[in-house]
Design a protein around this ligand. Structure first.
Ligand code: HEC
Ligand code: HEC
Ligand code: HEC
Ligand code: HEC
Length: 223
């Protein structure tokens, strides 16, 4: 029986197969290298530490008169006429450096309002004619439970920011069907007598998930 001549494509098929086998081996080798390499460079997963609970604390820093009334706490400090006489405004005394002298009955008060204590005069806020109210620049008399307009009478821009929600914290609920939004009074954060709030360490930034090369501690010497 005659063997038919091999079809013309057979030897080139074998070559193609050899090529493909070679390529497969090459790719397998490369992927092994790649995997080995990428594993050796994979950054170790960092454990994500929980944020310090002090940054999640929402209790206001200070209690105002309104809060003390609600909590039924001691209000004797606000009972001015248990010590003072009506129609006899207590005189304000100064020391040799023109610093206001705080009598020992008011030793809980530390005065320091503004740089150079510019707003330390009691009657800039308290009403000497009626100690249980505040007096405002435009002549209005405000009760102890209405502090923001008093501050606003001198700090107009900050007061407008506060009214609009840009200054001071809004708490409570975004979704009003779940509860009310809460605006804090100026005196929940600022002590009216010494309103500067010392700087505090900021809360940590968001966790980056991937390792970030740590910046050198002090790349540039401080000026
Ligand atoms: C426990 C008693 C007592 C209470 C309560 C009290 N005071 Fe006085 N206060 C004093 C005494 C005592 C002095 C010093 C009196 C003096 O110099 O004539 C004084 C002084 C003052 C002065 C002058 C301060 C200075 O630095 O010279 C002001 C202003 C004043 N009181 C406002 C108030 C106001 C406002 C209230 C209520 C929110 C109040 N006091 C509640 C006892 C009290
Ligand atoms: C910038 C305005 C301002 C000035 C200035 C000021 N006070 Fe006050 N004072 C307030 C406000 C507001 C409150 C109510 C605070 C609150 O509700 O937390 C208050 C509360 C008080 C109280 C009752 C609560 C407490 O802490 O004892 C007394 C007493 C008092 N002031 C006395 C004085 C005296 C005395 C001076 C001057 C040495 C003075 N204040 C200066 C705004 C002021
Ligand atoms: C009679 C006007 C007057 C009233 C009322 C007043 N302030 Fe001031 N406040 C000043 C002045 C003046 C300064 C000093 C500005 C400066 O030094 O540049 C000041 C400074 C401040 C500062 C900056 C503090 C600092 O040491 O740098 C804060 C915060 C502040 N006030 C908050 C308040 C709050 C809160 C109230 C209401 C309880 C209030 N102020 C009421 C006049 C006022
Ligand atoms: C939730 C807390 C919070 C409330 C509420 C708040 N403040 Fe402040 N305020 C701050 C902090 C924090 C600073 C920045 C620290 C500083 O300068 O003392 C500041 C800064 C200020 C300053 C000085 C810097 C500036 O903006 O010029 C003034 C004045 C001031 N507040 C007034 C007010 C008045 C007036 C109100 C009420 C109408 C108010 N704050 C309510 C937290 C508060």
């Amino acid at each position: 029986m005659d063997h038919p001549a091999p079809p013309p494509g057979e030897s080139s098929d074998r070559r193609t197969n050899l090529w493909l086998a070679g390529l497969t081996v090459a790719f397998l080798g490369m992927s092994a290298l790649f995997l080995g390499n990428s594993r050796s460079q994979a950054a170790p997963r960092q454990a994500i530490a929980p944020v310090d609970a002090k940054f999640l604390e929402t209790t206001p820093w200070r209690q105002t008169y309104t809060d003390l009334v609600k909590a039924k706490e001691d209000l004797s400090d606000y009972d001015c006429y248990s010590c003072h006489e009506k129609n006899k405004p207590p005189p304000i005394r100064f020391d040799a450096n023109h610093k206001i002298i705080i009598p020992k009955e008011h030793k809980n008060i530390v005065m320091g309002h503004g740089s150079h204590d510019r707003n330390d005069l009691c009657y800039n806020c308290h009403n000497e004619q009626n100690l249980v109210t505040f007096q405002v620049r435009d002549g209005r008399e405000l009760k102890f439970d209405n502090i923001p307009p008093l501050c606003g009478s001198c700090h107009g821009p900050t007061y407008r920011d506060w009214e609009a929600g840009a200054h001071g914290r809004t708490g409570g609920f975004w979704d009003r069907s779940k509860g009310e939004a809460q605006r804090l009074s100026c005196a929940n954060c600022h002590d009216p007598h010494a309103p500067h709030i010392p700087t505090r360490p900021p809360a940590p930034g968001p966790h980056p998930l991937h390792a970030v090369a740590a910046a050198p501690a002090h790349p540039h010497p401080a000026p």
